[in-house]
Write a protein that binds this ligand. Structure first.
Ligand SMILES: [Zn+2]
Length: 213
């Protein structure tokens, strides 16, 4: 993909995130990795998504120097660590979407009480060990879960979702938010029961089959 095309795809990712109510203002951050050069195209820090232009996108090189008219997102180390450790990842969506972040605030995984949660994520959505924002340690903590599952919660912080392309990463972040919302509502009514064991096995197999595609 050409440089301008990468920037425009990334910008489209942010616009879709706004449309889906995944981010507001400047919170969260998004990136795409160019598989040929290894350069990470990432949203800049402290710039409202609504006014962001392709030329505002920052490039972070494998040697960690950044190029662009702005500074990269404060979470560029989180993104870099994930790309380094999981080579299949081509795009990352980090959001503070409210329902999933509520579970993260409690350091609580999202339980697999919906068939869709198991089919889409293989089981409960885990919480990575706490690390401070902006640190490489946050990336290390996330990678521990992202090797097994394409999303995890960041303790007391938010969500990080990965994908083979921008849309996949964003859609995963969105599906986590929907799962968190429905699970939250269910928890207001009663304590949800776990899915029958054989149903879990069947759904997990579906999840594995889908991941191989
Ligand atoms: Zn964040």
């Amino acid at each position: 993909m050409k440089e301008m095309e990468l920037c425009e795809t990334l910008l489209q990712m942010t616009k879709t995130a706004i449309e889906w109510n995944m981010v507001t203002g400047t919170n969260g951050n998004f990136s795409i990795k160019d598989k040929d050069s290894g350069v990470i195209y990432i949203t800049p820090t402290r710039l409202d998504y609504r006014i962001m232009q392709p030329e505002d996108i920052v490039r972070v090189y494998p040697d960690e120097h950044a190029e662009g008219t702005r500074e990269p997102s404060n979470e560029w180390r989180l993104h870099k660590k994930i790309y380094e450790q999981i080579p299949d990842v081509r795009a990352i969506a980090h959001t503070h979407s409210p329902y999933a972040t509520a579970f993260a605030a409690l350091n609580m995984s999202i339980p697999a009480v919906l068939t869709e949660t198991v089919m889409a994520f293989g089981g409960r959505i885990h919480v990575a060990q706490f690390a401070l924002p902006g640190t490489e340690e946050l990336g290390v903590a996330a990678v521990e879960h992202l090797r097994e599952q394409n999303v995890c919660l960041l303790a007391h912080h938010g969500v990080v979702a990965v994908g083979a392309d921008a849309f996949e990463a964003l859609e995963t972040a969105m599906n986590v938010e929907i799962a968190a919302q429905s699970t939250h509502l269910a928890l207001q009514i009663a304590q949800p029961k776990t899915l029958p064991h054989d149903a879990q096995t069947w759904l997990k197999n579906k999840y594995r089959e889908n991941r191989k595609k």
